[in-house]
Structure formats: structure tokens, C-alpha cells
Design a binder for this molecule. Structure first.
Ligand code: DO4
Ligand code: MG
Length: 275
């Protein structure tokens, strides 16, 4: 089942039909520990809605925080070692890739998150910016993985490469994060074959494309969640981006007008334009 937040309310899509969720706000819905069973009960009630509009889809977030894991794929480890070698930061990325404790960082509040077809931003003081396509977990207040969405962890590589202590500035700014188009609500983990693909279209042509799969993700989602929830409470639930396994070549930087398409199996395609 797919759960959508839209301008006209919340909807569940299942086997080609849409069902309106009448009795709950978005925060109320995504903090339900029994979200899967609740969505199933709405579908089983069988009242099909005919007013679902793709054009009205919003980012699937209200009061939740967005956090992110880093250096969870070998490709990210190598790219970070390369970008920070002049700053002497390379050793840290190798160590965090292998250490039991993952890298976790705060990414965004709902206000900084862009939904499907919205405009993501590159920092005005950055010279090297990339999107990061990341499978993103929706987690309940008690730490249960309720569902999955697609995320874009927009990153300023020159700023984080200059000094790893600049990471928050490279990662957290207005419209630095995109989520959507839906929450894929499931009781089972996504299979390791799940594909994550990105295309960047510039002037009508593909400027970059790449793909990975969850088989390349070094850490179990549950382990990432257990570290995030240690001594840290999330009464409204939260999102956790699980890291990127696709990094464009060092010669590539995003430009205004680029269209970014991130596709994850089961979830769909998150499309955004660079402001
Ligand atoms: O350590 C820097 C950020 C890593 C990251 O965002 C990623 O691997 O996806
Ligand atoms: Mg990332």
C-alpha cells in the first residue's frame, strides 16, 4: 500500500484504487504504531475515492525531523575520501565506513523539505553540488519502521570537502531535502534487490545517470534506527535517509534548471527541479 499526503487530504493507493483517509491528520497517521493494519482496514472498508490528484501530492512530512546516515555505501566512502584529501579528512571516512557506530546527522525539518515536483536549492556559496538518492525510512515514535520513501540529500561537496566539520552547512539549508512521492507502507523489509536509480536531465538530455541497490547498503536499517533512537526521542516519529550509493563524477555539479529523477522500486519516482 502507498500512502500519499495531498492538498486535498491523505489517501491510500492499493491495486490501482485510491481510498481517502477521513479521520486522521498526517501527524496522527504516521505516528500510529499500527500504521500497516490501519491502512489495511481503510482499504478493506472499500470506499473508493475518485478525487485523488497526482498534481496535488505534497511532501510526506509534517512535524517529523529528517535525519540521515552517511558513508553507508562503498561508493560514498571513496568519493568522500577523494573530496577531503587536501583537508586531511580521508581517514575519518574510511574509519566510519568500518566502525560499529554509523555516521548519523540531522538533515531537515519539514519546512526545509520539498515534495514531488518542487524546487530543491543549491547553496549560493557552494561551487560543487550534487543530489544524493537515498532510500528513506519512516520510523514511529517507538522506533518501528513503518514505511519507505525516496529521498534526495542535496549536498555541497566543496564545503564538506574543505573540512568535515562543515558538514552541517553542506547538508542543512532551505530546500536541501526532497522526499516522496509516497510512503510505501509495509510490514516486511524492502528486498535487497530493491533498485535505487537517479537521472539528471539538463536541456532535454541526460547529464548523469546511475543506479545501485540495497544489496550495496552496508548497514541494516534496524541497526541505523537503533543508534538514532538511543537517548533521543521522536514523539512525532521521524525520517532517516540511509545514505547514497550513487555519486556523480567529480567533474559534475548541479545547475539551475536541472531535473532530478530518483526512482526506487515499490516507491516510485521523486522528481524535482533545481531552483
Ligand atoms: O559524511 C558525509 C555525508 C555522507 C552522506 O551524506 C552519504 O553517504 O549519503
Ligand atoms: Mg547522503
Amino acid at each position: 500500500m502507498r500512502l500519499y499526503r495531498t492538498q486535498n487530504g491523505n489517501y491510500i493507493a492499493n491495486e490501482g484504487a485510491h481510498y481517502r483517509v477521513e479521520d486522521s491528520s498526517w501527524d496522527g497517521l504516521v505516528t500510529r504504531e499500527d500504521l500497516y493494519d490501519y491502512c489495511r482496514s481503510v482499504v478493506e472498508r472499500g470506499v473508493v475515492a475518485h478525487d485523488f490528484s497526482e498534481a496535488a501530492i505534497l511532501a510526506p512530512i509534517e512535524s517529523q525531523e529528517v535525519w540521515a546516515a552517511g558513508v553507508t555505501y562503498y561508493r560514498s566512502r571513496s568519493a568522500r575520501i577523494e573530496e577531503s584529501k587536501d583537508a586531511g579528512g580521508g581517514d575519518f571516512y574510511d574509519r566510519v565506513y568500518s566502525a560499529p557506530r554509523p555516521e548519523l546527522f540531522f538533515k531537515a525539518t519539514g519546512r526545509r523539505v520539498v515534495g514531488p515536483n518542487g524546487k530543491v536549492k543549491i547553496r549560493s556559496d557552494a561551487t560543487w553540488s550534487v543530489p544524493e538518492p537515498e532510500m528513506t525510512l519512516l520510523i514511529s515514535p517507538k522506533g518501528r519502521i513503518l514505511g519507505y520513501t525516496a529521498g534526495n540529500d542535496m549536498s555541497s561537496r566543496d564545503i564538506e570537502g574543505e573540512n568535515p566539520l562543515y558538514l552541517p552547512q553542506a547538508k542543512v539549508y532551505d530546500a536541501s531535502c526532497a522526499l516522496g512521492p509516497c510512503i510505501f507502507v509495509s510490514r516486511s523489509a524492502l528486498p535487497v534487490e530493491t533498485g535505487i536509480a537517479i537521472e539528471i536531465v539538463r536541456d532535454g538530455a541526460i547529464a548523469f545517470s546511475g543506479a545501485t541497490s540495497l544489496a550495496e547498503l552496508k548497514r541494516e536499517p534496524e541497526v541505523l534506527v537503533s543508534y538514532l533512537y538511543r537517548d533521543n526521542s521522536f514523539p512525532q516519529g521521524c525520517f532517516l535517509m540511509t545514505g547514497t550509493g550513487v555519486v556523480p563524477p567529480d567533474s559534475f555539479t548541479l545547475a539551475s534548471g536541472d531535473e532530478i529523477r530518483i526512482t526506487i522500486d515499490q516507491i516510485g519516482t521523486l522528481t524535482n527541479t533545481v531552483a
